[in-house]
Design a binder for this molecule. Structure first.
Ligand code: 0RA
Length: 679
């Protein structure tokens, strides 16, 4: 993809620019309808919320754990909008012992006066009318947060068992409670005086909607709050968890914003420019209705000793645009043009040398792009690709200006960076040869590895590949499996750490070659997810320190070489049992210490009743392995997904890099790897 980008670096066609239909943020019809129906009853208003309760999936995509967390993001987004409008500095998020959430901000406070169009108080309007959170009566500042999860405070209310709002403004303290999916208990009441301003929202997700889980994951919330604090520099976000014996409290504030984000992602790498390069700009656009809004773009760049070309983290309105889009294209254009210009001017490239490719320019680059747009258009399979074409030009101009100036002002660092790009270009040529060889042996040749016990079905949708630690466990797995759908690939010992190995050693490694051939979809840029031979790739290692290590090595390999496998949720971790109790001729299994205790109680066992602690998969015979770990009807597996790419990058470099301490700590704590990946 690299070189083509250079050809069409022209300007954006005039007709593509600034022709948005303004989004109906105030939802005039809903407001007027609400008013019309308000005389006497609020039934119509509640019908709107009832629609949300009937089909929550239309508003929050899922009622599983991610949907539960979206409720928090939504309320925090409102507070962040208040901060971006310049009125709020502090946001406090608290998880209470009953898994209710409180979000307190020191913004202007939700308006308390009656809203003409609805006849309701501002508070009741914002929390009961779909999409009314926008700017009725407010001055400028479009709702920046949201987009994918910008569903409105009323949706959170609709999906809550109860929701309390306290507002301080205009010298007073006001309160309104909602129950059973958004039914107001009376109307907004002044409950006292206050010389502060701000809004506090507490809510408890409705367990009849969130049936799968009502338990908040601290790491998930912490990672999101940290990300919000990075993307909105200067705001203080405090997170408190009151569910444990001792409260846990963390505070996030990054005055450097995305510059600090880049440094954070790179904290385990060696930077070429220790202070990230920062480029920023805004452009005013006129919407169809004649109002003017601004598009903001900011980019922070740091080159490191890493060999990765995928260190670009892009956001629009505080939402991660995982599939990239026009802002990333703008960055690519500017990088390619400015670096090649500089390299020619200062004779890194001779007259008849070919230009560096965009991939060369991106090797070792970590970049965070953050765009704020009044009317974002999202495209792509998962609607996480920014489509607004005018953004391409804005970002490329901002980066071209900022980067060319920085290169001229920092000649020493510039030289280091261009030399790195030059090396990348040469290494790419050399690696191409090594890779071609491997392609022939591992990809183009269709001979499957001898160690693979393949399944008989050729339908990838129902096929599973078990990658198993050790030959003896591999033997049990081969004998115990469902031969039609389950393939077994035993691994001998530890696989290569791809984070530390030179590229030619990676291509020469037999275990890695076996995995590439077995999965059958290539690697890196040429990885083709439509070619995978198995829908599920299951990592099955011992429940010990070595098993943990092998699991990380395998995940690192998939992350660097077959990233779409993780992005599309094809990778799983098998969960073998830790304990077995033989009781009255039958085996009973426990997968952790807590389960073991429960089991002992259930079976009414006397203290000292013997049980087996599995030291490895190899101690299980074929039928035991099937029953406990491989039978789709009985097994438990953990699906690995990468929700937060920046956090995952940091976790991988931390676990696999030069510094052994984090890895040792990790292995010592024996924490679940998935924690770091934020499933
Ligand atoms: C509508 C209008 C204004 C502010 C807000 C809503 C607002 C909503 C939330 C939700 C959580 N915290 C919030 N803070 C403010 C503008 C108010 C004005 O013009 O004074």
């Amino acid at each position: 993809m690299a070189d083509e980008e250079n050809k069409n670096s022209g300007t954006v066609p005039e007709e593509d620019r600034f022709t948005y239909v303004k989004e109906d943020v105030t939802n005039e019809k809903a407001l007027e309808k609400a008013k019309a129906d308000y005389s006497g009853s609020d039934i119509q208003v509640l019908e709107g919320l009832e629609a949300v309760r009937k089909r929550p999936g239309m508003y929050i995509a899922t009622t599983a754990a991610p949907g539960l967390h979206h409720l928090v993001w939504e309320i925090v987004d409102n507070a962040i909008d208040e901060a971006l409008a310049g009125y709020c500095k502090n946001i406090e998020v608290t998880i209470s012992p009953d898994n209710s959430i409180t979000v307190k901000d020191d913004g202007r406070g939700v308006p308390v006066d009656t809203v003409a169009k609805s006849g309701l108080s501002g508070v009741e309007t914002v929390f009961t009318i779909l999409h009314a959170g926008g700017k009725f009566g407010g001055d400028g500042g479009y709702k920046v947060s949201g987009g994918l999860h910008g569903v409105g405070a009323s949706v959170v209310n609709a999906l809550s068992e109860w929701l309390d709002v306290t507002v301080c403004r205009d010298g007073g303290k006001f309160f309104l409670r909602f129950e059973n999916g958004g039914h107001p208990v009376g109307h907004l009441k002044r409950i006292g005086d206050s010389n502060e301003t701000g809004t506090t929202v507490s809510f408890k997700p409705d367990p009849t909607i969130f049936t799968e889980t009502q338990v908040y994951n601290y790491d998930t919330i912490r990672n999101h709050m940290r990300q919000m604090a990075f993307l909105n520099g200067g705001i203080t976000i405090t997170l408190t968890d009151l569910r444990g014996e001792e409260p846990v409290k963390e505070s996030f504030r990054y005055d450097g914003g995305i510059r600090e984000y880049v440094s954070y992602i790179d904290s385990n790498k060696v930077p070429m420019n220790p202070t990230p390069i920062y480029c920023q700009g805004a452009e005013e656009v006129t919407l169809l209705d004649g109002t003017k809004e601004r598009i903001y773009a900011e980019v922070a760049l740091q080159w490191t000793d890493s060999y990765d070309q995928n260190g670009i983290y892009s956001f629009c309105n505080n939402i991660s645009t995982k599939e990239g889009g026009t802002h990333v294209e703008g960055l690519n254009l500017a990088l390619n043009r400015i670096i090649n210009d500089y390299a020619r001017k200062f004779k890194f490239l001779k007259d008849d040398d070919k230009n560096f490719s965009t991939d060369d320019c991106r090797e070792g680059l970590t970049a965070v792009i953050s765009v704020k747009h009044p009317n974002p258009q999202y495209e792509g399979q998962t609607k996480t690709k920014l489509g607004n074409s005018e953004v391409r030009k804005i970002v490329s101009t901002v980066v071209a200006d900022g980067l060319s100036q920085w290169l001229l002002e920092n000649p020493n660092e510039a030289k280091t960076i261009i030399s790195k790009v030059q090396l990348a270009s040469k290494a790419r040529e050399a690696a191409k040869n090594a890779r071609e060889k491997t392609r022939k042996s591992a990809m183009e040749l269709t001979t499957l590895p001898g160690k693979l016990a393949d399944c008989s079905s050729k339908d990838p949708a129902i096929c599973e590949l078990y990658i198993v630690e050790g030959n003896s466990a591999g033997g049990s797995a081969k004998n115990g499996r469902d031969r039609e759908t389950q393939a077994i690939l035993p691994l001998r010992g530890k696989i290569l750490n791809v984070e530390k190995a030179r590229e030619d050693r990676i291509w020469a490694n037999a275990e890695i070659g076996n995995m590439i051939t077995a999965i059958g979809a290539g690697v890196r840029e040429s990885f083709d997810i439509s070619k995978i031979r198995y829908n599920k790739i299951v990592i099955m290692t011992d429940a010990d320190v070595d098993g943990d290590h092998i699991r990380i090595l395998l995940l690192t390999f998939f992350y660097r070489f077959m990233r779409p496998l993780l992005d599309n949720g094809h990778v799983y971790i098998a969960q073998p049992p830790l304990y077995k109790i033989d009781y009255k001729g039958s085996p009973y299994y426990a997968y952790n210490d807590a389960q073991l205790e429960v089991l002992k109680k259930q079976l009414n066992l006397k203290a000292g009743y013997p049980f087996q602690r599995y030291k490895g998969l190899g101690e299980m015979d074929a039928s035991q392995l099937w029953e406990t770990t491989m039978d789709p009807k009985a097994r438990k597996m953990i699906r690995i997904t990468v929700d937060d790419a920046a956090q995952a990058e940091k976790a991988f470099t931390e676990l696999m890099g030069d510094d052994v301490a984090p890895r040792r700590d990790y292995i010592a704590q024996n924490a679940k790897f998935v924690k770091n990946l934020d499933i």
